[in-house]
Design a protein around this ligand. Sequence first.
Ligand code: AZC
Length: 824
Amino acid sequence: MEGLKKDVIRHVVSSLGSDYASKSAYNYYNALALAVRDRLIDNWIKTQRSYYDEKAKRVYYLSLEYLPGKSLMNNLHCLGIYETARKAMSDLGFSLEDLAEQEWDAGLGNGGLGRLASCFLDSMATLGIPGYGYGIRYDYGIFHQVIEDGKQVEQADNWMRVGNPWAYERGQHLFPVRFFGEVKNWTDEYGRLRHTWTAGDTVLAMPCDMLVPGWDNHHVINMRLWSARSDVEFDLDFFNTGNYLGAVEEKIFDEKISKVLYPSDQIEEGRELRLKQQYFFVTATIQDILRRFRKKHQDMTELPQSVAIQLNDTHPAIAIAELMRILLDEDLLDWEVAWDICVSTFAYTNHTILPEALETWPVSLLERMLPRHMQIIYEINARFLREVERVARSEDCGQLCHRDLDHLKQRVSLIQERPIKSVRMAHLAIIGSHSVNGVAALHTELLKARVFDDFQRLYPQKINNKTNGVTPRRWLWSANQPLSRLIASHIGTGFVRNLDELTQLEPLAADPAFREAWRAAKLENKQRLQAYIKRKLMRELHTEHLFDVHIKRIHEYKRQVLNLLHVVTAYNRLRHGQAADFTPRTVFFGGKAAPSYFMAKRIIHAINAVAATVNADSRVNDKLQVVYLPNYCVSQAERVIPATELSEQISTAGMEASGTGNMKFALNGALTIGTWDGATIEMAQAIGPELLFIFGMREDELVSLRQHGYNPMLYYHGDEELREALDMLRSDAFSPGQHGLFAPLVDNLLHGGDRFFVLADYRQYLGAQQDVGRLYLDQEEWTRRSILNAARMGFFSSDRAISQYAREIWDVAPMAGLQNGKGA
Ligand code: AZC
């Protein structure tokens, strides 16, 4: 402890240039972070060296998004120095918890996809897999959400303003990134046509490394994030012509590339700068991967034996064309050889079946910005369509493909003709990869049967499932110390590395003393949340209420509106005195809406309007409260999830690819009210469906309802409570003086087809909520189920998910000496 204290003081003085006697929490947080980083860097260097020494096959995880959240607590726990740090900082006059609050969330992602990437890096580090995360170091992460007059207002997330003590910026290792320009043809010595791309503009990519430690194993992997740097300061011409300001302007323009994360989530914006970001990220990453590979290899055909590249969604899919370009134009390989290398190296994960999220880029834009890549994509397509023809005519594809060859070719082509001629990035990713995976069993089945059915027929081996998981280090151990300590006192700490060990809790569910201790841990977490809400929102929570929580991005398919209709109905019953047996509850909502997503923003407004009305109504507000948690983010989730008793997972069946919040809640002992969707299905199967509150129509039932003509008006007319709730929303009951404010929401349901079947599931949802309320009155039974939920969550560890990727997709083994935990 004395060593750590000394290091902290030294950093306050020599790294931060401050007086250690001036007790600034900001300085002491930074100094502690630097002292922790010192303890990581040696192991990071050793880890990187060992990969070379053992000629390990490396995994590169390419993701435009990461959501690491805060690093301090997690890193202290991984290093096993949490207690030491707590005591050391307390000696220096600080509470560790307060210091940790000084850190800004690294919000370099939108939601589930980005958080999954961060959980995966944690698992690779813990399992000893030679992995690297690659991404972009956005200067501005996901926007900061404030609620003003009930509405979402976006503010810039200037997370780097106060510096980032965790990152190593490596200004000496810059990689050139080229755009635009032209392609020249030439003939090589064997008479083959060759191509050279001479680019117009160049910018530079600077690596910023953030260290990702494994759990208690000395294995530290790297998350390398690229930051755009201009090359104009090296361009003497500018200075010679005296155009200093012109040069500076161009520099600023170049560095725009990594300025800001696109805040759209499952809606593609298709903006030119976004494509620039994607290519900027991809080319720098591929250059770095090949630089490392070439240190030990000359023969490019050995690449797939040494390197596995996982594409996190299609955002980095242009990497396929980029690697082809390098192999063809720089290494001068033949097409077939290059293509084999690509396909064997790449694998692609799909995260959504929503059609509006499937990326396409206009051919005209690609031709201008990346002319050589567009040529390559055309060539990939031509060869692929010939192959389709061959397979379709062959026996093994059967009549199915053959009958309608032209249509089949149009459907699978990389190029879509309408509404504008564009490249379908998902098709590029599928064709250029040896593995395409979905993220939960149902999602993968839907990929095979619907979204990519043609590809499933053409390549029946390619599409596979890897159900998501979450890291128990952050989402149980670090976020929920009260519960973790209780668990550890009964079964030891092995569960942090091997989550299956939680099954040892099962017999304890029958032990009243253990149940009481379990409830005490939950209460402690509820009180912590209470204190936080008081500080932040100046609201007093009732900890004896059932804490019912719906936090995730705001999206119509996630059906926050269904939850809101339940709240309004409960409000009406209480007002009308029809709810004598109502179990008091506080309903929490939280989540960001894409700034351009009108309906999602209106939903936020409606939730806040209903909250204001309900909370102000003294007839009901001792029994029902509604809280909107502004600026939902990773660190907020870490506070809220441990305090949650009821987890809302109520998406339209078939629409939520997996969900990962669902896993975090159950792991922390919340019971789930949910639809038969995403990974909630597999959770119900693992836990026992009777221990969750499952309701609503299933995916196949919805398909047939749609086919037979779904008429939401029937539900409106047939259900008095539903009608009352919708009419209130449409009138000004929640928006005094602003008649019609929420009419778009209601009209969308009644006259817009209710694409997400809110009305169809309303009555069943109410029934399930009634079951929840009733069960909550029986605290012994509730607690028993809560324990069993957590005990059966072992499968949903990201360690299990990453082990499957490593074995079944990457063919990568953990580093020797690390498999069983302790590293060398
Ligand atoms: C999300 C899915 O919506 C969510 O269900 C899943 O758990 C998560 O990915 C991780 O796999 N998708 C996204 O965040 N974004 C896109 C473009 O799919």
